[in-house]
Design a protein around this ligand. Structure first.
Ligand SMILES: [Cu+2]
Length: 575
């Protein structure tokens, strides 16, 4: 949406900040009582009082590096999903768009051509690109207009599974098809496999919602209040879309949605051991009613077969490009999780009968051996299994589905959830380690709440909604600790641009197994986390919920490096 970003200094907000940590930032060595609170970006000088535009942070291309050229053409296409025609926005005619494969160390040069009637950008989700290449309109570039083109360039320094998607009105544009996967192959694979497959999971809005989203995009009236007005009906009753309701431009705009009239109560804060609760299961179904088809790559029929032979070691890269969390598991073979969000796990153990809660924007790389019987199966254990059985794939024999033994919904529902905070052991060479009790230059408390404003549902950080949230100010080299609390009944997959973070604790309990590095943290109702990262990539980086409806309705904040400025028109900002 076109943000009518409010850049002026809010005196009331400044007073709040002084009143004691209401904003959540504890920067003891920097904050002063007179420091003005500005949002979403602040005027903070860098070292020596200097300012640098974010556009100055360009890729440093090593001499002789191999350059991989890609072209992504954004265009409308009617796809057939589950037998139904779906008007989609695609890259190169498909959704997901083409799988981009590079070797670690390669330069990825991606030219985007816009053949849509609306602007777009591309964000390289999980890849620590330089500041100028992050693809956030109004922040790191101008949106790519219709008939325009734009070339991104960055070095694929980190191997792993990533993805790309539009960051312009992403609730609509990603929802309608502007996404695809990226695989950066490692120089020295830690877990080499014989077969390497990538599956992108997506939820497609049902016909009426899709139509409303297209219309909303076309009108340019994509205002936060109106979107949340449209969606809140579906959310509150959990069934059927109210598509179209409240789609008209909201004249009140940002002003009205800044105040939460009613805050929905969250469940009690969790402590102790990990086990899914009734709240978790209820949260899995948020918004389910607005979706019509569930796809694995472009298949909505649940008939996907990935060829493999008995005995083959298979790596399956699962990318969730949707907004919902899905419970998936492998049946027919023991499996292990070898990477999360592109980062390898140290000494992962073998699993059987464990459900992987794969949140929005997360990537799970799983590995297993095709059994002598001829096939293993990725299946959905979502509570509403009848609606989401399309989210599955057979790996093995071409006729694998004919011999699929089926799964017992009753049995699979009782299986435990995968706990990434107690999985694997030890650490990998080169991993930088943070501990909870060490010196952090920046500590930020992030409380996530949900409530009603005059224009609909809003999703808040520390009681405020974007863009009226002061940025998290960091200096290059800072160690940054973020304490996240989900005080709401919904799941919030929190994504930090430009950086990996280490997960230190969940619900007060330190991570037990392998060190865990993520770029997207799927925070369930009542959960709390401590995460840490090194501010080593100067720029202006969004930190936002990747339930894109939540992001469009306020749950975003900026991580701003001191001295970095935005040279682009901020009213073009979009999440
Ligand atoms: Cu959220």
């Amino acid at each position: 949406m076109r943000r009518r970003a409010k850049l002026s200094i809010a005196a009331g907000a400044a007073a709040l900040a002084v009143a004691g940590g209401v904003m959540g930032v504890h920067e003891a060595h920097r904050a002063t009582a007179t420091q003005a609170i500005e949002a979403p970006l602040a005027h903070v000088p860098g070292p020596g009082g200097t300012y640098t535009p974010v556009s100055a942070f360009q890729p440093r291309v090593p001499k002789g590096a191999r350059v991989d050229h890609f072209t992504l053409t954004a265009e409308y296409r009617t796809l057939t999903l589950g037998g139904e025609p779906v008007r989609a926005m695609t890259f190169n005619g498909t959704a997901p768009g083409p799988l981009l494969v590079a070797h670690q160390g390669d330069v990825m040069e991606v030219t985007v051509r816009n053949r849509l009637s609306v602007p777009l950008t591309i964000h390289w989700h999980g890849i620590p690109v330089p500041g100028a290449e992050d693809g956030v309109p109004g922040v790191t570039q101008n949106p790519i207009p219709p008939r325009g083109s734009y070339t991104y360039e960055f070095v694929a320094t980190e191997a792993g599974t990533y993805w790309y998607h539009s960051h312009e009105a992403s609730f609509e544009e990603v929802g309608l098809g502007l996404y695809g996967a990226i695989v950066v192959l490692p120089k020295h694979p830690l877990y080499p496999a014989q077969r390497d497959y990538t599956l992108v999971l997506h939820e497609w809005p049902n016909a009426s919602t899709a139509k409303a989203m297209m219309a909303n995009l076309a009108s340019g009236a994509r205002d936060v209040g109106s979107m949340s007005g449209m969606m809140s009906g579906g959310m509150m009753n959990g069934a059927g879309s109210t598509g179209g309701m409240g789609m008209m431009k909201s004249p009140a705009g940002n002003e009205t949605r800044t105040s939460m009239l009613h805050v929905l109560p969250g469940p009690a804060l969790r402590t102790g051991t990990f086990a899914p609760t009734a709240d978790d299961y209820a949260a899995l179904d948020e918004m389910a009613g607005m979706y019509g088809a569930f796809t694995v790559n472009q298949n909505a029929d649940g008939t996907t077969v990935l060829p493999a032979k008995p005995g083959d070691l298979v790596r399956l890269r699962i990318v969730n490009s949707g907004n919902m969390t899905h419970l998936l598991t492998i049946v027919g073979a023991p499996f292990r999780v070898v990477a999360l969000d592109g980062h390898d796990i140290a000494n992962p153990g073998w699993l059987k009968g464990v459900l992987l809660p794969i949140g929005a924007a997360e990537r799970y790389d799983v590995e297993f051996r095709v059994p002598p019987s001829g096939a293993a199966y990725l299946v959905s254990a979502d509570p509403d299994a009848t609606a989401r059985q399309e989210l599955r794939a057979a790996i093995g024999d071409p006729g694998a589905w004919a011999s699929f033994p089926g799964i017992s919904a009753a049995a699979i529902e009782r299986e435990p959830w995968f706990d990434f905070t107690d999985y694997g052991r030890g650490r990998l060479p080169g991993e930088t380690v943070f501990r909870l009790h060490e010196t952090y230059q920046v500590r930020y408390d992030m409380k996530l709440t949900v409530g009603m404003s005059q224009t609909g549902m809003v999703y808040a950080i520390n009681g405020r909604v974007f863009p009226n949230i002061p940025p998290i100010i960091v200096h290059k080299g800072d160690a940054v600790l973020v304490h996240i609390v989900n005080d709401s009944p919904y799941i919030h997959p929190m994504h930090l641009h430009g950086h990996d973070f280490q997960v230190l604790t969940r619900d007060g309990r330190p991570v037990q197994g392998s060190l865990i590095f993520l770029d997207t943290l799927n925070v369930f109702p009542g959960e709390s986390y401590d995460i840490a990262f090194r501010a080593d990539n100067p720029g202006l980086w969004m930190f936002h919920c990747h339930d894109l409806e939540h992001a469009a309705s306020g749950m975003d904040v900026m991580v701003q490096y001191a001295g970095v400025t935005d040279p682009y028109p901020m009213n073009e900002m979009s999440e």
